[in-house]
Design a binder for this molecule. Structure first.
Ligand SMILES: NC(=O)C1=CN([C@@H]2O[C@H](COP(=O)(O)OP(=O)(O)OC[C@H]3O[C@@H](n4cnc5c(N)ncnc54)[C@H](O)[C@@H]3O)[C@@H](O)[C@H]2O)C=CC1
Ligand SMILES: CC(=O)C(=O)O
Ligand SMILES: [Mg+2]
Length: 617
């Protein structure tokens, strides 16, 4: 049985590798020579250049490697097959072990390859993204962050701490790559739904940048994960002897902002065209830093803006799933659970999309007071009678219109709200696992939609508001479901599939970053973000939507990202924000048709093949 499976896999691997260049984003499978400034073991220990046993004999002579490797020269295909086989042996050998043990073992084997040979690592990642994304990204990356200090073996990325004040401008030059295109930075204060993990949050920028390389074809030599260690308020970590971060409470106020300001100035001074993605900052800093930097630097906040675009695409899909025209989006009743950085990002983008729907202005149907949303946070339903309401939340508080007849009071419970409102959509970004319990889901049966939509978007899996099983069992087989972390499809009573879509910002952030980079955008505008979301929403056909498919397969992420990247670049050009990049100036970008732009973006995507190495000494 095991042998048959292995033979099948070998055939699959041969098939995969014989198509030397996939249809999108291949770049060229034949690469020109690459100049290295090192020789001998220095090359073997550098994962950017290392080919392990695949160094040809001529290269071994040229680079001083002769005698440093076993004599047999393996092909890339053989190395690939060897890795995949060891991965499957590990799966086989860990059967029956607890899930966390298996997941961490899988992460370790991938991480070791990452640290040793990036070309092979990214090739296996690209080819097997659906299987490997749950390991290098959510949910396993959450487990890795929780255990990071114990798992730490080799550093990756850069660490700027509160103790580095005044030094960052010189520290930035310690990074060995001359050019950096994409940076993902966190302060570790809200890692997925796991809270403050301090310096251990570095796993998130690393995972996000892996997705950038796999999905957007950003050259891994030009990505930089960054941790801003300003302390932690996590008592458990502060007491942990192995904790690798600063043992002090988080900086606050001006002291905190001074660190982030200095970091942003340092990055901009060395790499003025780099795109900076802010990730997993607690709400107050997510919004504050976005406001502070978005018009000065080419940056965005993925949790606020990337998530919003993905959720909006899903919400529009939910309208189509009901067989209704898109303009009916303005009539959808949407309950949002979680009014944090992600929830508020979604609310504000969805509201903006409603206001932009064709015809809404003419009919005067929608105004700022129009409110299709019921928003709950940890204290229940948010109404205008809530004391000390933040203006960003106040826009969505109930009580501004005729909806008051629904007799829902401040702080009403989730189940109470669902029973009274009968929403078309229930969307969770609360970080609270299981909060969409049986009672809540059963109440969704009475939704005014023939296909009630449940989005359990919190990560990782343990923090998801509910599971795919729960939804099809309690809401009904006509429900549509999407979650932040992957769940399995469910077999329905009629033998059809209940689709477990993944509503994760991974469908957009790589394209936002890529489009901004290739257009040389001065900054990332709302228009560029809307273009990204619309592109994702229109990717799914009506046929697929009717089956309950709201988002594409993760395996097609490179294809989607090329399109999203092109849409973002075109929006930058339209808004005169594009300054062009080294090869293409803004006029050329402007003259490209839509499909030319997609081709251009796809051509610029890096694809992992071994380049001939030439030494400059
Ligand atoms: N699927 C995706 O692409 C994304 C998912 N997320 C997930 O969303 C979750 C929240 O992220 P943020 O908004 O940044 O966090 P946050 O900490 O800023 O906000 C959390 C919100 O949930 C509310 N909340 C807490 N307990 C609650 C309860 N029992 N009932 C109702 N509301 C409750 C809080 O009051 C707060 O408004 C995290 O789990 C994160 O992983 C975030 C970004 C992207
Ligand atoms: C997916 C993501 O960005 C989050 O859960 O924070
Ligand atoms: Mg995030």
């Amino acid at each position: 049985m095991w042998r048959h499976a292995a033979a099948r896999r070998s055939a699959q691997i041969r098939r995969l590798l014989s198509t030397s260049a996939p249809s999108t984003g291949a770049g060229s499978a034949v690469r020109g020579p690459c100049i290295v400034h090192k020789r001998g073991t220095d090359i073997l220990h550098d994962p950017w250049y290392n080919k392990d046993t695949a160094f040809p004999l001529t290269e071994r002579d040229r680079l001083g490697l002769r005698g440093l490797l076993p004599p047999r020269v393996m092909s890339f295909e053989q190395q690939y097959e060897r890795f995949i086989n060891s991965y499957h042996s590990l799966e086989h050998n860990t059967k029956g072990e607890p899930e966390s043990v298996v997941s961490l073992a899988k992460w370790r084997i991938l991480n070791r390859l990452h640290d040793r040979n990036e070309t092979l690592y990214y090739r296996v990642l690209i080819d097997n993204i659906k299987d490997f994304a749950p390991i290098i990204y959510t949910p396993t990356v959450g487990l890795v962050c929780e255990n990071y200090s114990g798992l730490f073996r080799r550093p990756r990325g850069m660490y700027f701490s509160a103790k580095d004040k005044g030094e960052m401008m010189s520290m930035i030059y310690n990074w060995p790559a001359e050019k950096v295109d994409m940076i993902v930075v966190t302060d570790g204060s809200r890692i997925l739904g796991l809270g403050d993990l301090g310096v251990q949050g570095i796993g998130i920028p690393i995972g996000k940048l892996d997705v950038y390389v796999a999905a957007a074809g950003i050259n891994p030599q030009k990505v930089l994960p960054i941790m801003l260690d300003v302390g932690t308020n996590n008592e458990k970590l502060l007491e942990d002897k192995l904790y690798l971060g600063l043992r002090q409470p988080r900086l606050e106020g001006e002291e905190y902002l001074a660190v982030v300001d200095e970091f942003m100035e340092a990055v901009h001074a060395r790499w003025p065209k780099a795109v900076v993605q802010f990730e997993d900052f607690q709400m107050k800093w997510a919004f504050e830093t976005l406001q502070r930097y978005r018009n000065r630097f080419c940056m965005f906040n993925d949790d606020v803006q990337g998530t919003a675009g993905v959720a909006l695409a899903g919400l529009l899909g939910a309208v189509r799933a009901q067989g209704r025209p898109l303009k009916d989006f303005t009539k959808q009743k949407i309950v949002v659970v979680g009014a944090g950085s992600a929830g508020l990002g979604v609310l504000s983008m969805a509201k903006h999309a409603m206001l932009r729907m064709p015809g809404t202005h003419k009919s005067g149907e929608l105004g700022e007071g129009h409110n299709q949303f019921w928003v709950l946070d940890k204290d229940g339903l948010i109404t205008k009678s809530r004391k000390g309401l933040d203006p960003a939340v106040a826009r969505f508080a109930r009580g501004y219109g005729p909806e008051e007849v629904q007799d829902l009071h401040e702080g009403a419970s989730l189940v109470g709200v669902v029973k009274k409102v009968k929403p078309h959509v229930l969307l969770g970004l609360s970080g609270v696992g299981g909060i969409f319990n049986e009672e809540v889901l059963k109440a969704m049966k009475d939704s005014d939609s023939p296909c009630p939509a449940i989005f359990a978007m919190s990560n990782p899996t343990t923090n998801a508001e509910c599971t795919s099983e729960d939804v099809f069992k309690h809401v009904g087989e006509n429900a549509v479901f999407a979650s932040g972390s992957p769940f399995s499809n469910v077999t329905l009573s009629n033998g059809r599939k209940g689709y477990a879509n993944q509503a994760n910002n991974m469908y957009l952030f790589p394209g936002i970053g890529l489009g901004a980079l290739l257009s040389g955008a001065r900054h990332i505008s709302d228009g560029m973000l809307h273009a990204a979301s619309e592109c994702l929403a229109s990717y799914i056909t009506d046929d697929a939507i009717r089956k309950g498919i709201l988002f594409p397969e993760v395996s097609s992420i490179r294809h989607i990202t090329a399109r999203v990247g092109a849409a973002v670049a075109r929006a930058a050009v339209d808004e005169d924000l594009a300054e062009g990049c080294s090869e293409v100036d803004p006029r050329e970008l402007k003259s490209m048709s839509e499909s030319d732009t997609v081709d251009y973006v796809a051509r610029k995507m890096w694809y992992p093949v071994y380049s001939p190495l030439v030494n400059d000494k």
